[in-house]
Design a binder for this molecule. Structure first.
Ligand code: FO1
Length: 308
């Protein structure tokens, strides 16, 4: 049985690890957000791709969720002494990945091929598809104007009040051909930020049609638990957009695409409200502290999807 998991950010990568831990490379593939990508010091940085790569390889910084464990910061510190920009923390080991990716892209490898190369080098057998091989840049509209995603997320620490989003380059972008020829038995949307991790994926021309064409169950794990997001600005974005910070709102966000939503045991959202949207609801522990939590939620998501 083949599963396609849509992921972005740290929360998504947690469930991705759970899925990769219980299903083999020919049973689960990942479709990852590249709207966070940006050029920094001339290097192509792909944060959500790298968070997934490091997480699946067991190399990720467990505290931060992003970047590598056991990093050193000599280059970043030296950048500071040279008056360079150091707001985006590039670790010495992480830099090597950006150098390799940038070189391979310059040698006309596609982003999909580069990810495959790095995954192989890191011992990852699961297939990772970027949402597109073409550049797409998430822009965050705020009360102070439009910001590149990383400037909003890292430099401005998600403080500016959000009014909307734009995915620059989306019109010219295409789905990855290698993905469009594949079929799947279910689709799982990991507990990622719906606006800046999942919507960019869904906005790629043809993506929604492709997912519908699979004629298979689609389930989403809510990233909101009782009015809060585990990590990141999803709750803040919902409230700044004058939307309820609830799993119900997440269900509404994905209505028409998903058949079911998984909410946390601690979430007091009225399941009947979600069912009135035409969605099925499963209640699980969606807070993932341990690898076991990740694996249990992954299995529950698969079981729930296949029950629909
Ligand atoms: N997130 C931060 O909050 N601060 C950083 O300095 C930072 C550096 C960084 C370097 C490489 C990388 O792959 C991710 C990094 N992130 C950092 C996370 C990044 O902003 C991602 O876009 C978020 O994880 C949201 O998806």
């Amino acid at each position: 049985m083949r599963i396609l998991a849509l992921t972005g950010g740290v929360g998504g990568a947690k469930l991705a690890l759970g899925l990769a831990s219980i299903r083999s490379a020919d049973e689960v593939a990942f479709l990852v957000n590249t709207g966070d990508d940006f050029e920094h010091y001339g290097l192509h940085v792909s944060p959500d791709v790298d968070t997934l790569l490091y997480t699946l390889a067991g190399l990720n910084n467990q505290e931060l969720g992003w970047g590598r464990e056991g990093e050193s910061w000599n280059c970043l510190k030296t950048l500071d002494t040279l008056g360079g920009e150091s707001w985006f923390q590039l670790g010495d080991r992480d830099l090597a990945l950006h150098l390799v990716r940038t070189k391979l892209l310059k040698e006309s490898m596609t982003l999909t091929e580069v990810i495959g190369h790095v995954a192989t080098q890191l011992g990852i057998e699961h297939k990772i598809f970027p949402m597109s091989n073409e550049p797409i840049s998430t822009r965050v509209n705020t009360v102070h104007g439009e910001l590149e995603f990383q400037r909003y997320f890292v430099e401005q620490k998600c403080e500016p009040v959000v009014t909307g989003f734009r995915f620059d380059g989306i019109e010219k972008a295409q789905m990855v051909p290698d993905l469009t020829i594949l079929s799947f038995d279910c689709v799982i949307i990991c507990p990622s930020n719906p606006f800046v991790s999942v919507d960019p994926i869904l906005a790629v021309p043809g993506m929604r049609d492709y997912l519908h064409s699979l004629h298979c169950p689609v389930v989403a794990v809510s990233p909101i638990i009782d009015g809060k997001a585990i990590k990141g600005p999803a709750a803040k974005m919902l409230s700044e957009l004058n939307l309820p910070v609830t799993s119900y709102q997440i269900a509404k966000h994905y209505q028409g695409l998903v058949n079911g939503i998984i909410i946390d045991k601690l979430d007091s959202t009225n399941q009947a409200d979600i069912k009135n949207l035409g969605l099925r609801v499963a209640v699980e522990q969606t807070i993932m502290r341990t690898l076991e939590d990740r694996k249990v939620l992954a299995q529950s998501a698969i079981d729930f999807a296949m029950s629909l």
